[in-house]
Design a protein. Structure first.
Length: 243
């Protein structure tokens, strides 16, 4: 991909989608991600741009991103801070926040057309996990069902927002945890989300490494505690200790 200047890549108001990807020491995950994004940006060059935001990586993440022709800015660490920093540079009609271990749907043209036609205020994608065993398919089904019933999504589901609405809302609260849940609850008060049927594929590594039962119990415990009003800083410290 021919590298473009920052102004050329990020200031085109004609683009539909700016994809913001926060990274932190993800060198091992990036190679495959970057190759897929190269193909996507070539196919939809006039529709999308990509903004990587590094939160202080100590590995070769930034160098690898730039070697593949993508732009990468730096910000304070913390996913919320990084995503907000990327949003500040976004000039497309919509901003899609993408985790580095989650892949966009293969038929992205359907996604583009659905957003164009529906013009939603916000939305997210259905999810599948990278492990195809039955238990992981069931887990993904339950995640999708929960999101459909509650209109609350997580960052793994590729949350996207109309850029002006996102900026006017103040963006993500700079929480150490649950920033994705918080913004989904805030936006569902405005309108129902557009749920994209084309599924994102998210890495199952968290469940594989820690165990499905332990991970499910942990995630639901954190959400319940957040619902009860427990400080997200306390939840974040607990999460780091047990994950």
């Amino acid at each position: 991909m021919v590298e473009r200047s920052l102004n050329d890549a990020l200031t085109s108001s004609k683009r539909l989608l700016s994809i913001v990807i926060p990274v932190l020491n993800e060198q091992g995950m990036l190679e495959q991600k970057l190759l897929k994004l190269k193909i996507l940006t070539r196919q939809f060059e006039t529709q999308i741009d990509v903004i990587f935001v590094d939160g202080g990586s100590q590995d070769q993440s930034i160098e690898l991103i730039r070697e593949h022709g993508f732009h990468c800015i730096s910000s304070k660490s913390g996913r919320a801070c990084q995503m907000n920093a990327g949003a500040e540079l976004a000039h497309a009609e919509y901003i899609l926040f993408l985790h580095v271990d989650t892949d966009l749907p293969e038929d992205f043209n359907i996604v583009i057309n659905q957003i164009k036609n529906c013009k939603p205020l916000w939305g997210f994608f259905k999810l599948r996990l990278s492990n195809n065993k039955k238990i992981f398919r069931l887990l993904a089904f339950l995640i999708n069902l929960r999101s459909a019933l509650t209109s609350v999504s997580t960052g793994d589901q590729g949350q996207f927002f109309q850029r002006l609405a996102f900026m006017q809302s103040g963006g993500f609260l700079t929480l150490p945890l649950m920033e994705d849940i918080e913004i989904a609850k805030r936006f569902r008060k405005k309108t129902k989300p557009l749920v994209i049927g084309e599924k994102m594929e998210s890495s199952a590594r968290r469940w594989e490494q820690a165990g499905i039962a332990k991970t499910v119990v942990l995630m639901w415990s954190l959400r319940f505690a957040y619902w009860l009003g427990v400080d997200p800083e306390i939840l974040a410290r607990f999460y780091r200790q047990v994950k």
